[in-house]
Write a protein that binds this ligand. Sequence first.
Ligand code: C5P
Length: 410
Amino acid sequence: MEDRKPRLLLGVTGCIAAYKSVELLRFLQKASAEVRVVMTESATEFVGPATFEALTGAPVGTGLFRSAVDPIPHIALAEWCDGFVIAPCTANVMAKLAHGIADDLLTSTALACMAPLMVAPAMNVHMYENAATQANLALLKERGLYIIEPDSGYLACGDVGPGRLPEPAELAQRVMALVQESLAGELAHAEAVQDLADAKVVITAGPTREPIDEVRYLSNYSSGKMGYSLAEAARDRGAAVTLVSGPVSLSCPEGVERVMVTTAQEMLEATMEAAQDAAIVICTAAVADYRPAQVADHKLKKGQDDEALSRLQLVENPDILKTVAQAAGSDQTVVGFAAETDSVVDYGREKLAAKGADLIVANEVGPQKGFGQDTNEVTLISAQGEQSLPSMPKRQLADVIFDAILELRG
Ligand code: C5P
């Protein structure tokens, strides 16, 4: 990217907090962003476009036709910006975003925008807590939009609760951090050596959930961060990536195909299917080793199902890594992880043989180590030897692991 200011598009919707957008704009400009503004018709009832036009020195659009912005304003703005922040965002606009409705300049631009989309909801507490709003919010989060949660406090309508737009200075700080992170990632992406170009990489990530009854399950604390970092690294190096993910709160990295699964059995099926034409398969998922032998078709109740509750019968789950390794051809590289609380390297070496993997990434887990952390300290174990690595961020470690895999593949 050429050396220039980050370009931010600020979307303003029809909410009393729209007056805060003026200050937000000033803070973003002070933080060295070049800002342009789009408004909904309702927003103009709260703040005049002339205010934003004077402050940005650029026309402010609301509609799609006869626009002073550009003959095709929604595409021009979507392509121009490095990030699009909608603050405040009403329940109505959130619903439109969630369902792909594009009936004005702001929502059409959002639909066309490939840059990170940041949404700061602000509304009455009951509107915010309404199941429809929460469902839309969940959908947007799942799709990878950045949601800047509202503050709790006194609202313009007199109610108290979540719904306040955060203070402009804080909002600006968060928006700038997100845009700078995204621009840095883009730069790294553009500069990454494409040494996995044309290779298909399959990665399992996160925990599995094994149902006990309709409301309970067995699982573990895996966050999925290591697997997701590997997916990003492989993508940046040019690979076609399939991420088979258990339930995690991470959003799907852009450009990665994600298959969401719940149980070990589902993860096995999705992984075997994806692995068929893969060059590299990496099993980072913390698969539950056992699952309840039977899943009760009703919620097990104390006093009624005591026998079933106190003696949960378990059966062994399939070992995905082992199954993939056994089925793998000689041109396929299979990598496993070994999380241990002690004798990490010894167990890792045993696992290399027992699972038939080409490489085992062994690490110690426990309080403050491994699960849920952003850093990891591992030893790489293969038939060729061992390499102990210092603690490093998971995204950096992901690249070191791919360097080792490529070396093994020769
Ligand atoms: O046997 P253990 O769980 O310690 O082995 C860890 C490695 O095996 C990890 O790579 C994990 O993803 C994989 N594994 C698997 N299926 C299982 C259990 C573990 O793929 N059922």
